[in-house]
Design a protein around this ligand. Structure first.
Ligand SMILES: [Zn+2]
Length: 509
């Protein structure tokens, strides 16, 4: 079965055909770098990072561009509030964003162009539009005349007449109420660093034209996939299409993919805007703070557990439930390591080298017919789910199934007490294959960390002491209350103890 993608433009799933065989260009609208990113800003990058990994697995050569909007009204206002330059603010927030992306293993972005470095591209598109009388100047501002574009509204399914209600918003000398700014004349009180030269005097570009210019610069006039959040369909993406297609006379992006938005379901968030509690909750959810509190892998797992077009429920309960889910895999990997004496992470190789869809497992052959079939079947199910408009939710459900099969094989074969070396090797290879498939989503890339980075094993030593005290309390003193208290206090700090016949294991999220 071949890949199909839901295209917002046609409002249906379409078979995927790249512009150039074997190659795919993807443009995803990136952040406006004026305040720290929150969890919503991670959704698009995580989804498209998984999509890119999968497309590379299918054998495509993928170029993925995410822009940085560093010229924008919001940036000018925020820099003034903070008594700094827009340049300094943009640099600082961009760094914050990139740090978060690195922690989340969003590794696949090829280019991150900045709007401020593409003024020539922007101006030349506006000049071409002006030559066709589709763009017009008014007091140093330049507008796009929506009435000149027959296709205007095709993405968001709006007609120009629907915007007649905005007539009272008409300002300056716009020809139509729905006309949007391509270029904004500089205002006297604005800082010099946001004043760029143009044939219409000093000013700065509108947000929409920045994306058109950077997408076409790096991916060509017509490219494959344009992505972004559902909230960008109108006006941002509608206007990107209008100005790009009117400029070149060619289709802009062939497939428009829009991810669902994050729904914040914490009680605190449900309150009003002015509520200081909500402000605090929002600060808590900046990506930076989130990644201090939770493992990046958990955030990635949460976001990929739903098909990308559905809204993402974000709440403490949802996080707790996903933590339980991801623990299922961690427990299995630890169990296999204990059983086999080596880590399944080490047994995981790369799969999916070209040619397309060639089923290729790295590492040793799997001698168990049942496990081999289970792995092959799950890779098929995974491929099918991803080919159906990148259904990562169904793909992850399949990973749980394979984990269950491996666990059952260990239990039914009583491998922990009486398994042969061959049986154990089969389980190790199967767990390695499970990791292989998961890595196509960017999951389980690194072995679970049992201690914080840079603590020189102090955490390990301290935990050994705590575990010994707790064992003493349980076995010698029969003081189960205090022993349980230790376990519960550790759980509050997201450290899990697992009592087993051969001792107690610990794991920090
Ligand atoms: Zn954009």
């Amino acid at each position: 079965m071949s890949l199909s993608i839901y295209n917002t433009l046609s409002r249906k799933k379409e078979p995927f055909e790249p512009v150039t065989p074997g190659k795919i260009g993807i443009y995803l609208c990136g952040p406006t770098v004026y305040k720290p990113s929150h969890v919503g800003h991670a959704v698009g990058p995580i989804i498209f990072d998984a999509i890119k990994r999968y497309l590379v697995y299918l054998g495509y050569e993928v170029t993925w561009v995410v822009n940085i909007t560093d010229v924008d009204d919001k940036l000018i206002i925020e820099a003034a509030n903070q008594n700094t330059s827009t340049f300094e603010l943009a640099e600082r927030i961009t760094k914050d964003y990139l740090d978060a992306m690195a922690l989340l293993h969003v590794d696949g972005i090829d280019l991150m162009p900045k709007a401020s470095e593409h003024m020539q591209d922007i101006v030349s598109i506006i000049e071409r539009l002006a030559k066709k009388d589709i763009a017009y100047e008014s007091d140093g501002d330049v507008y796009f005349d929506v009435s000149k574009d027959e296709g205007y509204g095709k993405l968001s399914n709006r007609r120009i007449e629907d915007q007649e209600g905005q007539r009272d918003l008409k300002s300056g000398d716009k020809r139509n109420p729905g006309d949007f700014a391509l270029w904004k004349a500089a205002k006297p009180d604005e800082p010099d660093e946001v004043k760029f030269d143009s044939p219409w005097g000093q000013g700065r570009p509108g947000w929409h034209i920045e994306c058109s210019a950077m997408a076409m610069r790096y991916l060509g006039d017509t490219f494959d996939i344009h992505g972004g959040g559902l909230d960008l369909v109108f006006p941002h993406h509608e206007n990107e299409i209008a100005q790009s297609e009117c400029c070149t006379g060619k289709p802009f992006a062939n497939y428009w993919m829009h991810n669902g938005l994050t729904r914040f379901n914490t009680k605190k968030i449900a309150k009003s805007d002015a509520d200081p509690e909500m402000q605090k909750a929002l600060i808590r959810m900046t990506l930076h703070n989130l990644l201090v509190e939770h493992s990046p892998e958990l955030i990635r797992f949460l976001i990929l557990s739903t098909q990308y077009r559905s809204p993402i429920e974000y709440s403490d309960a949802e996080l707790a439930s996903k933590r339980k889910g991801i623990d299922t895999f961690y427990r299995l990997f630890e169990r296999v390591e204990r059983l086999c004496g080596s880590s399944p992470y080490g047994a995981a190789g790369q799969i999916g080298n070209p040619p397309l869809n060639d089923k290729k497992w790295a590492g040793p052959a799997l001698e168990s017919d049942d496990l081999r079939k289970a792995c092959d079947d799950q890779l098929d199910a995974f491929t099918q789910a991803m080919n159906e408009d990148f259904n990562t939710g169904v793909a992850i459900a399949g990973l749980f199934e394979l984990a269950g099969t491996i666990n059952r094989t260990i239990e039914q074969g009583k491998l922990e007490s009486a398994g042969s070396e061959e049986d154990k090797q089969c389980v190790l290879t199967a767990a390695g294959r499970l990791i292989c498939i998961s890595r196509l989503l960017g999951l389980f890339l690194d072995p679970i960390e049992k201690k914080s980075a840079g603590d020189d094993g102090v955490a390990d030593k301290a935990m050994d002491v705590l575990i010994k005290i707790r064992q003493h309390l349980r076995k010698e003193k029969k003081d189960f209350e205090t022993a349980d208290m230790i376990r519960d206090l550790l759980a509050d700090s997201k450290i899990t103890l697992e009592d087993r016949a051969d001792g107690t294991l610990w794991r920090a999220e």
